[in-house]
Design a protein around this ligand. Sequence first.
Ligand code: GAL
Length: 657
Amino acid sequence: MIFGVDYYPEHWDRTEWKNQAKLMREGNFNTVRMGEFAWKLFEKSEGEFDFSFLDEVIEILANEGIKTILGTPTAAPPKWLANKYDILQRDRYGRKREWGSRRECCANNPHYIEKSRIIVEEMARHFKDNKNVIAWQIDNEFGCHGSTRCFCENCRRQFGKWLGEKYADINELNKKWGSVFWSLDYDSFDDIILPGYNSCEIEYPPNFAHNPSLDLEFRRFSSDSWVKYQKMQIDILRKYTNLPITHNFMGHFSDIDYYKLAEDLDFVSWDNYPDTQWGAAEYEHISMAHENMRGVKNKNFIVMEEQSGPCGWDRVGSTPRPGQLRLWTYQAIAHGAEGIVYFRFRTALFGMEQYWYGVLDHDGVPRRRFYEIQKTGEELKKLEKYIVSAKNNYDALIVKSYDNVWGHEIKRHTEKYDYYNLLYSYYKANADLNICTAVSCGDYEKYKVVYMPSYNIVEKEEINKIEEYVKNGGVLVLTFRSGTRNTYNNIVPLPVPGVFAELAGIEVEEFDAPRREVTICGEIDATSKIWCDIIKPVSAKTLCTYGSEYYKGKAAITVNEYEKGKVYYVGCDLDEPAMKKLAALISNAAGIAMIEAPKGIEIIRRDAYTILLNHNEYEVSLPIKGKSLISGKDFDGRLEGYGAEFICEDDYMYEKY
Ligand code: GAL
C-alpha cells in the first residue's frame, strides 16, 4: 500500500537529501511523488534537457526503500517558453493571463502542446528503465486557478472545428441551438464565437448573456480540451512504460467532466484539504468528495495530496488537532482510498506556499504531526490486507452529472438554488443514517435507491436506462428542476417534470421560488425556502402537502408505483432534519438498514469489518462491540475524540483474519 509524501527536492540543498530520505523512512513512508513543477530544471533552455538531479534523488530515496511517482511538469511552464511563444490563456474579457504562477497555458495552444509533447517524451525515455519509479502522474490539477476555460483565438477556432464534427451542418446547429432567437444564426463553423464579454453581464456565476446552448457546448468543449491534452501525454508515456498512470483530481471541482478525464487513466488520485485558511469543511462534505472520486471510475483511488498541517496561502488555517491527521487518513480509506500521500514533506521556506505546512515544519524538525503520521503508517502495515481492493457495499447512489452542473450554473433558476448544495443535502441525509452511499452515474441496478436530484438535462439513452431500473423494481428519487431540458440545454415542450412525468405519475401545475419560508406537512413536517413545485398527482400518491401560501393543501412530495418499482418526486427543498426523515422513509421502503449514531460519527461496513470514525473532539459511546483489528483488543464501543477504529464484530471472522 502506498504511504507517501509529496517531495520537492529542488527546494532543498542537495546536502540535505540523504537526511530527508532517512527521516522519511523513519516516518514509515514508502513512496514520494516528485517532479510535477520542475520543467525549468529539466529543460533549462529550449531543447536542453537534464534530469540528473532527479536521478540522484530517486537513487537516494531508493536506498531508504522509498519508491517514486513521477509527475510530468507541464503545469508550470518555464519563462523561456512564455517568452518565445504566445502560450498564455485569455480570460473571458479577452485579457491575457500573466505568466508567474502556474497553469497559465491554453490546452489548445499548438506551441504549448508541442513543447509539452517534447518534455514528456524526453522524461518518459529517460526514466523508462528506472525500477524505482512505480507510477506516473500527468501534470497537476487540471483546471485549478480557474484555468479550464480559455477565450483565445486558438480555442475559438478549435471550438468551431469541434462543433463542426459534432453537428456537420451549420444549419443543423442553428436549428438545435435556436439561433433564430436575437438573430444569432451562424453562416459557417468559422463564425462561431466564444461566450466571452459582450457588454451584457448577468450576475452569477460571472456569465454573459449568451445563447445557453453555446454556453453549455463551450463548457463541454473546454472540458474535452483538457481530456485530449491529457490523452496526448498518456499516449506518449505508453510508448515507453506500462506503469500505472494517474492525474490528481480535485474532489468536488466540476469544471472538467471527471468521468471523461478518468476514462484514459489507470487510477484516479486526488488532493484532499479538509481545513484550510478558507475554512473547515463538514466531514460529510469530505466523505462525499472521496465518494465522488471513487465514483468517477467506480474504482478505489489514491489520495495524492493529503493535508498534513495548517494550510493557507496568504494566511494560515487552523492546526489539525491531535488525532485528526490519522482520522482523515482513515476517512479516506473508509471511502475507497488504498494509498495516501501527504502534502508535503517539509514546509517551503520560499514561494507562494510558505504557509502551507507539511509533515515537518520549516526547520525540518519532526514534531507531533510527524509522529502521528508515523504511527498511522505503522498501523497501516497491519491493516493493509483489509484495505487494498476492499469494497464498500453500496445501498444508495447519488447521481452526479457534469452536464447538469454546467446547465444549472448557466441557468440557475433562482438566487438561492445551487446544484451542489442539493446533491450534498441528499448525500448528507444518507450519510447521517450511515447508509453506504455512492456518488457516481450509471449502473443503476447495483443500488436499492437512486437519487437524481435536479437531473434536468437528460440524454435520450438515459431515459430508457432509468425506466428499466424502475420497471425492474428500483426505487428512484427525483426532485424539482428535473427532466425538462434536452442535450442542447433547451427546454422540452412537455408538462413538468418533462421526460420523467410518466415515471413520476404527476404533473407540476405551477411552481414558486418563495420569498418566505413555506411549511410542509404529512408524512414529514418540514420547511422549504428555495423552490416549491405545486403538484397535481396523476397516478402518484401524495406523501406531503404544503401547509402555507396560496397552494396550501397541494401536493409537495409524491410517490408513484411504476411496474415493480417506485418513483418519489420531491417538489421542494427541505430543511436538514426533514431531509434525514425523508431519507429514512425512502430507505425503509427500499429495505436498507440504517444505523442511528451520534452526530459526527461515521460507521462504514465493508466486507467483514466495520470502520468507525469519530469527527468530534470528545469521546462517544457506540452500540458496536467486537475486536479491534488495529490493537487486537476487545472494543467496548467507546471511541475517543478524533478516534478511528477497524472493528471485527464477528468473533468467527476475527479468528479467520
Ligand atoms: C494543491 C496543489 C499543490 C499545492 C497544494 C497547496 O492544490 O496540487 O501543488 O499547491 O494545493 O496549495
